[in-house]
Design a protein around this ligand. Structure first.
Ligand code: URA
Length: 329
């Protein structure tokens, strides 16, 4: 067997941003440089648009050799529950150790996991379209901040992904200013006492009628398992109805809570995601006529019909808007 051609990481010492891809392709192997083929050209272009100079970034791959037929599944099988059943898994683990050393030496403020393989290697998570744009902590190098994004090869096949990559890279620019992983402060009451639940609902009843109140129900076995409310992003409540298989509340408590909930839902302006489901369910089950005024799923479908309208995607786009940048279409 021919000896594998290694493609090392490249970039200046002290780089604030590191990019970690999957493995080199043909062009990268030929020139022994990461991300210089068609995916790399697109990535470099998107980096520039986001305000990142490629020459200021460290760029590397999890696997440093080109897999046979570009099949990363030879090293790690992310399609399986048993990721270690790939023929070259031992070498994969060796490459991951090299990556760990590399990142400890470069010590960037933020690492971009470009695609599913680095997301797995850096954070032990699967599902890059679900996680993209999130601010995560690496499990491989604890304390290291990671932002996953979609691999540019996917954007070459489906162009809509390039907008998501660009959005994520703008977040990377923001996050490159400091290594700190800062999460918003949230006060969520998740197992309220009767007093906490009724107090919260009474506060909602005092909101003026035009203030939108965010609401969501969860349904299990055709029963409402919990209902949640929030007026601001930082304060919310989730009122459960089950504790294991049994009820959460005594019967009189539950009746009182539902009466308050019905009053909130019918007299205030309710906002949420796919409330057609929630309102239909609550009407059919309890006769509650929910006063729906805003639906994020419907809004997204009208504003950007080519984009996903799930809550994961919507929050990833609208909860970060550096200097008024909007999604570029
Ligand atoms: N794709 C990758 O993941 N890495 C490269 O270096 C090039 C293409």
């Amino acid at each position: 067997m021919n000896k594998a051609i290694m493609v090392p990481g490249e970039g200046p010492p002290g780089a604030k941003v590191a990019f970690v891809g999957e493995a080199p392709g043909a062009e990268e192997e030929r020139l022994r440089r990461p991300f210089i083929g068609s995916s790399g050209t697109l990535l470099t272009r998107l980096m520039t648009t986001a305000g990142l100079l490629r020459s200021n970034c460290y760029i590397t791959n999890v696997v440093k050799e080109r897999p046979l037929n570009n099949d990363i599944g030879l090293f790690v099988n992310l399609a399986s529950n048993n990721v270690s059943n790939a023929p070259r898994y031992t070498e994969y683990q060796e490459y991951v150790r090299i990556l760990e050393q590399e990142l400890k030496e470069v010590a960037p403020n933020v690492v971009v996991a470009v695609g599913a393989t680095p997301l797995w290697a850096l954070c032990a998570l699967k599902g890059v379209t679900k996680w993209r744009g999130s601010i995560l902590e690496s499990t491989l190098v604890p304390g290291l901040k990671v932002i996953p994004t979609i691999h540019p090869a996917a954007a070459l096949r489906q162009w809509v992904f390039s907008h998501m990559i660009l959005h994520d890279l703008r977040r990377v620019v923001e996050e490159s200013r400091s290594p700190a992983i800062e999460r918003p402060e949230r006060q969520y009451i998740i197992r309220p006492t009767f007093l906490e639940a009724t107090n919260f609902l009474n506060v909602l009843l005092q909101q003026d009628a035009d203030t939108p109140i965010a609401c969501d129900i969860e349904v299990i076995n055709d029963e409402v398992s919990c209902i949640s409310f929030a007026v601001t992003p930082s304060v919310g409540i989730s009122i459960p109805f089950f504790r294991g298989p049994g009820p959460y509340w005594a019967i009189e408590e539950e009746k009182a809570i539902w009466r308050l909930i019905a009053e909130v839902l019918e007299t205030k302006h309710m906002a949420g995601q796919n409330l057609a489901f929630d309102s239909t369910f609550l009407y059919t089950k309890f006769g509650i006529r929910m006063n729906v005024c805003e639906d994020t799923m419907v809004g997204q479908a009208i504003a950007l019909p080519d984009f996903p309208k799930g809550l994961d995607f919507i929050t990833s786009i609208y909860f970060f808007d550096p200097s008024g940048h909007r999604l570029e279409l």
